[in-house]
Design a protein around this ligand. Sequence first.
Ligand code: FAD
Length: 411
Amino acid sequence: RPVVVFLGLVPFYPRANWRHYQFLVEGLPVLAERLARRGVGFVLRRYPDHRLLPLVAEVRPCLLVGDENPLRETETWREHVAAQLAVPFFTVDADVVVPTALISREQFAARTLRPRIHRLLPTYLVPGKEPVARRRWPPAPALPGLDPRGDLLAGWGPEGTRFDRSVAPVAGFRGGAAEGEALLERFIRERLDGYHHRRNRPELPGTSQLSPYLHFGQLGPRQVALAVGGAEAPAADREAFLEELIVRRELAVNYVVHNPNYDRLAGCEAWARRSLAEHARDPRLALLSEERLEAGESPDPLWNAAQRQMVETGWMHGYLRMYWAKRLLEWTASPEEAFDLAVRMNDRYELDGRDPNGYAGIAWAIGGKHDRAWGPERPIFGKVRYMSYASTSRKFDAASYIEAHAPRAPS
Ligand code: FAD
């Protein structure tokens, strides 16, 4: 049978804005070209013609294959479609190296997941076959669809379509598999050697910045892991990278798959919630409004620089993401509020936001998820691991980082 890929673009995907959509649509021309090279069709439609079931009626497929994604919105969509189909519907877990279904329970920490993952890697961390379709698409007459090189966001927002144009696209990241592959190659050539030491130095270009490409599926974790695993860099650097890319990332997916409260404080560890509740009435130095925090106007110059890096470039260095989320506990009235605000800002501004990694990262920073209780007990934080300005800024050249993300003079 011939194969066709369908994408239905809607303007109201939950918590997605212009910044995210721009990155997504930038990736579509190269996707269409690569599918064509493999004899596979690509039908692109947009709201209000975005629905899958009418296409199913047109094509009358013998089989439907979808992507797996653990977030609640997409899970609900798949269940809705599955209930109306008369043909088999398979989903493929291409978002992880080791299929999620093989890790049965919510894992307590990286140390409980790591041996399970490592046992299964020889089976799953192998090159894909990349087959070419024997019966080529398209059929005659061709199905109606849009040109992926067209202006696919034209006419969306501000009225009528619920399209959020309030967050502008960023110049520093261009979407698409080819762009992601070029970044991966450059990372391996220039920065993988030394990653182990440099990855916690936000003032240096040390990490891969591949997270937006992984989030949008423009790169796959298996593809990245095979490239890094086969590179010439020292073993300690390759292993440190693969620990983040596979173990930490798949721990986040495991958390979202098994924990219905993944984006709320309620999903966090009982000891941490208890301890935070015991300190909920501790005095805060200052309660800051969401507007002031969004604008990077806290009393902490390092936090403000991190916030600006996220708002202006669409990506924040990983070391500072931990500090950034934790400090919110000190400027909000309750840990629930800190958690919800971290989720809102992370999802809104990060190109890689709205991702299991984000929810797990915030749960780690604010709710002790995948972490342990720490002593001595601190005001506000209780037993949740504390990061102070002094201890955090000592570990790298904070002054250079703050300078690099200083507010720009109005032009
Ligand atoms: P690299 O160091 O080059 O790592 C390579 C890849 O490994 C990353 O692209 C990512 O996919 C994965 N990875 C790295 N660190 C982690 C980690 N701690 N947990 C899980 N996977 C990891 N990541 C997101 O993708 N989206 C988010 O919205 C997000 N929000 C976060 C919020 C907080 C509060 C915290 C503490 C972490 C968050 N992370 C998030 C995880 C991590 O910080 C980023 O994935 C990483 O900084 C992205 O930069 P990079 O691609 O240069 O990472």
